[in-house]
Design a protein around this ligand. Structure first.
Ligand code: ZN
Length: 292
């Protein structure tokens, strides 16, 4: 695992380097962290020309935004991505303004994506990649957080690289909190969690951030947490409550977020992403459901 230290923040976003016969990367990370990733690869003795694949769980700036920049340093690598994410890697001109709108100043911390040449992309929704030494990595479509999130399960320990399908793990507290910025698809997210549970993972490798045990219990708890936030948002939207009012109710009713509240509130990035964007994801979903 390489801590990408985006914006100088440790434990925020990482790239996983699977040391198969050829190194296999999960997540490029954001554009502004590519130099940190390259130093990390050097420390791991990874030869840049040996890297064959960079799998991105989805194309949000912090996960796949740096793919175009990274490929300039990896002459033989291809990017694995969901087909719905592919057009945005080839031409990030639309992704950038929409990311700026949702993320605000955080988009500047991550940096503007550079395009990925089309011929260097492998679009997948399932399938198995051979890592060598008898190990495999299988692809599972886990949409919800994004319309195009992929997860990857390795066959050595049965661990799953979840991208943002299973929430944000705060290793300092051993706690998972939602990552549900708009457009968030609750029903799809819950179905994806069921899918992940059915794969019987032993551990979860969170892109935010790190390896966590008790995988199945964590996935089940995350489902409950999403349902709780969704119920509060639905009720709040019905009562025409503001984002702040709905957020305060979530804080009061979710004992999990309660345990990390001071940390999240004082964190420059999480205060924006978790306390604002993730609540808004539920509100917009509730409004959309109400309208339909
Ligand atoms: Zn993310």
């Amino acid at each position: 695992m390489v801590d990408l230290e985006a914006g100088g923040f440790k434990n925020l976003i990482c790239t996983y380097v699977i040391m198969g016969k050829k190194p296999f990367l999960v997540e490029s990370g954001p554009t502004n962290s590519i130099s940190t990733l390259l130093s990390g690869l050097k420390e791991l003795d990874v030869k840049l020309e040996d890297v064959k694949y960079v799998a991105v769980t989805h194309i949000h700036l912090d996960h796949g935004g740096g793919a175009g920049t990274l490929l300039k340093f990896l002459p033989n690598a291809k990017v694995i991505v969901h087909p719905r994410g592919m057009p945005h890697l080839v031409d990030p001109e639309r992704l950038w303004p929409s990311s700026q709108k949702v993320l605000g100043f955080v988009s500047e911390i991550f940096g503007k994506p550079e395009p990925v040449p089309k011929e260097r992309i492998i679009p997948v929704t399932d399938g198995i990649f051979d890592l060598g030494y008898g190990a495999k990595l299988s692809v599972t479509e886990t949409v919800g957080h994004a319309s195009h999130n992929l997860s990857f399960q390795e066959s050595i320990n049965g661990g799953i690289f979840t991208g943002d399908a299973a929430g944000t793990y705060l290793p300092e507290f051993n706690i998972v909190v939602p990552t549900t910025p708009p457009p968030f698809y609750l029903d799809a997210a819950l179905a994806s969690l069921d899918k992940l549970i059915s794969l019987k993972p032993t551990v979860l490798y969170f892109s935010h951030f790190g390896k966590a045990d008790n995988a199945i219990e964590r996935l089940k708890n995350y489902k409950l947490q999403l349902q709780l936030w969704a119920n509060i948002a639905k009720d709040g939207v019905g009562k025409k409550q503001s984002l702040e009012e709905i957020r305060d109710r979530i804080i009061a009713e979710d004992h999990v977020i309660g345990q990390v509240l001071d940390f999240v509130k004082s964190h420059r990035i999480y205060s924006k992403t978790i306390m604002e964007n993730c609540v808004r994801g539920f509100i917009e979903y509730a409004k959309q459901k109400q309208g339909s």
